[in-house]
Design a protein around this ligand. Structure first.
Ligand code: DAS
Length: 354
């Protein structure tokens, strides 16, 4: 009798195990790479939605704080960094991108989520768009409030990001950013508000939305990205210095000269209006260009795009325009492009295509 019961018990366990595996087999495998930021932040009280410590909560705790994740994917986490994203460096970008590139090559990985601080999230998203060769979804996510705050936004943002990363219809759309119910292109998205949950937007609009665990798409990117990029993180071990000079009334030419003297391979001019250059700065920038440093005219104005040969004769000066890329995105593209020697004409092609 006893041995019969024992056998039945063992059979039940085995069935449960198989059922568990079978259920898991019908869910996508999503890896969460944690880097820190507010989504891993903690405040002293629930009323602290803006004053808190970023980069405190480890990835396993983040995953446990959203039990619903197991309804939509098989999830596992890796703690790549634990920093506020304003402290990212080129070395962090390289290390993270190489880890993503290695994971997407694995057959047991269907999608990647990267939890990240919101301050430089847009830069990392664009860097990955340019350098990771895959069509698998790579989704960056952050939050504007720490998990300890009333109506924290990180829980739903993380759930949405895992849904997108596990969605076959998110494949081939470049690196994505999932926040505040919205799915944006990693190329286009930028942080436009520094203390609201709808902080991120793209001037050309989001690609789609994620609502109650479902993705809804309304457009796809037209610029080159990921699998269609000529840049490959597996062939990049170092990034050149590219610096940004923010322009304003009275800006001295010396700001550009010290960037060039500091070893910049390109200077991104965050110009007023259409990337305009003050007349007292033009001679310095022309000399900088003649010394072999690239000059890229971007704009401090958040929307629109910089027109070539408008007020400045870019052809004559051999300068480049950033198209619709803001200064911080222009810096990422110039850095990746200048991992190989090229002339200004080819750099301009790259700014049109990516
Ligand atoms: N300091 C910010 C960062 O880590 C916090 C955040 O908004 O994520 O980017």
């Amino acid at each position: 009798m006893r041995s019969m019961l024992w056998k039945q018990w063992l059979l039940c366990c085995a069935l449960l195990l198989v059922a568990g595996q079978a259920l898991a087999a019908d869910k996508p495998n999503v890896v969460i790479l944690a880097t820190g930021g507010t989504i891993a932040g903690a405040g002293a009280t629930t009323a602290n939605s803006a004053s808190y410590q970023a980069a405190k909560v480890p990835v396993d705790k983040l995953i446990l704080s959203v039990p619903e994740l197991t309804n939509v994917a098989n999830v596992r986490g890796e703690q790549v960094f634990q920093i506020a994203s304003e402290s990212f460096t080129n070395a962090h970008l390289l290390q993270l991108a190489k880890r993503v590139s290695a994971l997407v090559k694995q057959n047991d990985v269907d999608g990647i989520v990267i939890t990240h601080g919101t301050d430089t999230l847009e830069e990392t998203a664009y860097f990955l768009t340019l350098t990771v060769h895959t069509d698998k979804p790579i989704v960056l996510v952050g939050s504007m409030r720490p998990g300890t705050a009333m109506s924290a936004d990180g829980v739903l943002n993380l759930y949405d990001a895992v849904v997108v990363a596990g969605s076959p219809d998110a494949k081939g759309k470049g690196v994505l950013v999932a926040m505040n119910d919205q799915i944006d292109s990693g190329r286009d998205v930028t942080k436009m508000v520094n203390i609201k949950t709808n902080a991120f937007s793209s001037q050309w609009g989001p690609l789609g939305m994620v609502v109650e665990g479902k993705t809804y798409w309304f457009r796809a990117p037209v610029k080159r990205h990921t699998a269609n990029s000529e840049f490959d993180i597996d062939a990049i071990d170092q990034l050149p210095t590219v610096d940004i000079v923010y322009s304003y009334g009275n800006v001295p030419a010396g700001m550009y000269e010290s960037a060039a003297a500091g070893g910049a391979k390109a200077i991104i001019h965050a110009g007023t209006g259409n990337g305009s250059v003050a007349d007292r700065v033009v001679p310095a920038l022309r000399k900088i260009r003649e010394s072999g440093v690239m000059v890229v005219r971007s704009a401090r104005v958040p929307a629109g795009f910089v027109v070539r040969n408008a007020e400045q004769p870019d052809d004559q000066y051999d300068w480049v325009v950033s198209h619709d890329l803001n200064p911080q995105k222009a810096r990422i593209l110039a850095m990746v492009a200048l991992t190989k020697p090229r002339d200004a004409k080819d750099l301009q092609r790259i700014f049109w295509e990516y």
